[in-house]
Each structure stands twice: as C-alpha cells, then as structure tokens.
Design a protein around this ligand. Sequence first.
Ligand code: AMP
Length: 450
Amino acid sequence: MCGIVGILGTKDAAQLASLGLFALQHRGQESAGIVAADGEQLRLRVGMGLASEIFDAETLKGLSGTAAAGHVRYATTGASHLKNAQPLTFNHLHGPIAIAHNGNLTNAGQLKELLEARGAIFQSSTDSEVIVHLIARSKGPVEDAIIHSLRQVIGAYSLIFLTPDKLIAARDPFGFRPLVLGKLGRAWVVASETTALNLMGARTIREIEPGEILILEKGAQPKSLRPFAERKAAKCVFEQVYFARPDSTVFGRSVMGSRRELGRQLAREMPGAKADMVIPVPDSGVPAALGFSEQSGIPFELGFVRSHYVGRTFIQPAQGLRDASVALKLSPVRELLKGKRIVLVDDSIVRGTTSRKICRMLRRVGVKEIHMAISSPPIVSPCYYGIDTPREEELIASANSPEEIRKFLGVDSLHYLSVDGLIKAAGAGATGYCTACFTRKYPTPIPDFK
Ligand code: AMP
C-alpha cells in the first residue's frame, strides 16, 4: 500500500511534503521519496525506510522549490527495492515529470509486455511505471498525454504528477483509493488522507472525485477534468475497516466513526453475548471494541499493553520477523484477565497466525473464555487494488469455515461481521464500496491475475 502527498505554491514545499509523509507513514514503511519542482527542474530524493529517517534537515535543503510530491511505499507489486521507491521521475517529450501512485493496476503486466515488445525499457518492476511509458508515447500537452495513458490502464490509482510548473492529481473512475484536496494559505495541497492535511496545517476542501483529473498551477484556479466514462463508485471498504488512520475523514466519513459503528453493528449481530469485559487487540481493534461495548453494555477494558517501539507486525514482509514480533508488541495484563470471560475484538483476520498467537497468550495468563469478534467479514479473496492481502491460499478464510478457524485459533466462539452489516455500518448510500476481498466480486476485470 502507499500514501501520497502533493503541494504547490509555497516556498517550503518539500518540508511540508515531508510532514505529510510523516502523517501517512502507516500507509507504507518500506521506502519514502520526495520530488521538488522549482519552475525549471525536478529534484528527487528517495530512500529505504521511514520518512523521518530519510528526510533530515540537510536532505530537505537539497529539495528547493515551490512545489513537491511525496510517496511512502509498502510493496504490493514489485520487490522491496530502492529502484521501486517512488516518486519515479522521467524525462520525455513533454519535459521532466514525476509520478506518485497509490493503488494497483490489474492490467499492468499485459501492457508492459506490449510496451516491451515495442522496445520500451523498464527501470523498475512497479506497475506505476507503465503509466509513465504510456504518457511518453502520447502526443499533445502533458494533460492530454496523462488522459490518454490512464484510458489504457485498468484498476486502482490515486495519482500525483509533478512537472516543473504543474501538479496534477488523478483518481480512477471507481475511486478505490482515497485522495483529498486542501488549501494552505495560497498553496494547494493533495493527500491520501485528511490527517496529512491537518499536520501540514492545511484546510480540507473536498475529495478529488472518482474519475477526476485536477490540474493545479501557480496563479490559476484549479482545472477539473472528467475524461472517463462514469462508473459506479467502488471505494475500498477496507480503508474504513483497517487501513486508513482513525483520525482521518475518508470518502467523506470519519474513520473513527465508521469503526465504532462497525463494533456496534457487530454487537447487534451477537445478541445475548455474555462476558465480563470487551478487550480490543491494540491498536486496530480499539474503535470497534468501544462501539461493541457501548452497544452491548459489556465493560471496555484495556487487556493488552502495546509496545510502541516495534513496528506493525504484519507489514514486515519476512515471515520470521513477523513471528517474533507479536509477543514483543503486545503484553497481556495478567491481573485483569485471569479467570475472566472476554470478548476479544479485532478488525480483521488475514492469515490467522497473529490472532492465534494472541489467543494463546491470553490462555497462558488464565483467561477463562475467549469470544473472538471481528469487525469485518471473512477475507476470502485477495485484493488486486493495492491492499497487501496475500495470495488466496494464505488467506485462512478462503478455504476454512468459521468453525475450522475457531478451532485453529483455540477460542470458545468466533463471530464475524456480516457483509450487509459492514456496508450498513460503513455508510451505505453515502458511497459505493468495493467489497471484493469479502465477496469475490471484483468491480473491474483483473487480466493480470486470471
Ligand atoms: P492474522 O491473525 O495473522 O490474520 O492478523 C490479523 C491482524 O492483521 C489484524 O490485527 C489486522 O488488523 C491486521 N491486518 C489486516 N490487514 C492487514 C494489512 N493489509 N496489513 C497489515 N496488517 C493487517
């Protein structure tokens, strides 16, 4: 997954972009990059690791300019490698251009084969580079080339392009990934989530709409184009469930509000649940556990203390690392939990391996009954639009029934939220959601994955 940010019209552009990336760090921790534009040229710095490690004062000094675009990356396509770090920059017929992409294309492999057969040389293994090659082959001003390029790709993209004097934001017609527009004094700001705008001190104006291309230029009003056929929106519901930060407003909805409501809905779907306390798996289960407790009347307690000095367990690609870090990260409060019946709330189960370890830890400290309550439906199918869900074989719910999963986890009961309950709680009507990971209903063709 990735996070993107762009700013145009202020002298501290790269510095502000680094703040934006800091706020978007949860969207990807493998690499970070910023490109700055000074009206004539683009300057790029990318590195592996966290934005705060890469962008010290010295590095930012080298990124002078009044516009900037930034990216944090977690590899969903292409290896975890500096060559794949974004923004990617290129020189072509229309001059220098940089691209920062959040989302996954579903026909990039096909297009890449075609392009390579015609002599294209790819520098990275990202799907994003395909967009750039298509731009390079398109005629006319850069806006037209971008439109022409995007008409050929299928899948999820929230994009920021930077040229020496323009910042162009684009969102695919389904609106899979979020992208918002804000204003900071006279500068325009674009970011994946409102929390980035907040940290930068910018005011949120609106979402960039699905299918919209927005051209921002110094001294001009933003120009909004809608060059694609209209589609039924398919915004990623997993952003509400897990991915986005709870202090963001995503797809026009407070993520905290959505998650709390998911928890309430889950409690409604578990009438008569009996337990001494509701315990969240920190941090991802906290808002839903609060909602569950409110709705059920079962007291909310903090049964785990989380260490803040280890990163997210799941997001580190190597399996070995992931195994060791569960106990490093979460420590159960023995005195509170011993002999108790608990509802354990988390947002989702992917492979089931983390949840199983957590439940074992709870048994070891003497928890009497564990009723596991998940504030989303079983994840049965991979995401091809940018969330790093693994291959179908690795998804525990793709081939196992809830009863089999219950046994694997070693819990007394296991409850998932229904798909209808999810849609209701996440705000049906307000927006159309993609639920493919829960329903196998993909809103677009997925030629690369067939
Ligand atoms: P597991 O029991 O191994 O399936 O892990 C479940 C945990 O992974 C839950 O706490 C989720 O919050 C978390 N999770 C779900 N999806 C992702 C993701 N794409 N990246 C990182 N963590 C995730």
